[in-house]
Design a protein around this ligand. Sequence first.
Ligand SMILES: C[S@@+](CC[C@H](N)C(=O)[O-])C[C@H]1O[C@@H](n2cnc3c(N)ncnc32)[C@H](O)[C@@H]1O
Length: 263
Amino acid sequence: MIVLVDKVGRRHRVRLKAGDRHSIHSGFIAHDDLIGRPEGVVVTTQMGARLLAVRPTFAEQVTGRRRQTQPIYPKDLGAILVGADIHPGARVLEAGTGTGALTLAALRAVGQDGVVVSYEVREEFLEASRRGILETLGSIPSNLELKLGDVYLGVEERGFDRVLLDLAEPWQAVPAAKEALRPGGIVFAHCPNVSQVQRFFDCLREVKGFGMLEAYEVLQRGWTVRGRSMRPSHRMVAHTGFLCFARRLAEDELFEPEGEGFR
Ligand SMILES: C[S@@+](CC[C@H](N)C(=O)[O-])C[C@H]1O[C@@H](n2cnc3c(N)ncnc32)[C@H](O)[C@@H]1O
């Protein structure tokens, strides 16, 4: 799988196959002209348009696919991995799988010694995510378990280090997260609306056994860097979701520092 970048920055995903050719509005390129060439080569269509050929980055892989549900944006994926401290060897429980974007990000972060178990309630989404992961990694890794199931009804996993929630009513998954997490573990929820943040945090307080509740959003403003023109881009993704985190406590109590703390 490669990405061809045209002169206006459009990206075309292409699976190279001997004998095939890829057509764009400014001509076509024969796959044979690319196979065996170094990554980063610039090729020219028969109509003279120049195209850069590179392998897709992780962000391009997870966002460039056709999909049935909204994946987490790359800007948020990075912040979630650090915010939830997804470390090599971690045991991570996720719901719902969706497109598998966060699943893939978590898999990279936990490495071969870690485990990712991902619940998805809709069979067609689970199968689509399986195909996406297969396309990205070439196989389904042995440390990934894709499970068909409703996380609101509970999970069988215990002693997990992290729980990642990206579904409409994360508060309904709080009992499952509480059962699955080891003391000191971290629960994360991606909430597009602030009403979800409030309900999720209210529920954490209600069930007790959680502390250090915090939420933030990530604003990423691109800049145009072209010759002497250096300025913020005209457009940006203004809002994706609030990133909400809390720590699982050893006892059924609450711990919420009054101040904002220093980071
Ligand atoms: C916004 S998508 C998740 C996107 C995913 N994080 C990604 O990066 O592609 C929400 C997913 O949660 C699933 N879902 C909703 N309720 C669920 C539940 N109770 N248990 C498991 N999965 C659920 C939905 O079917 C949907 O696929």
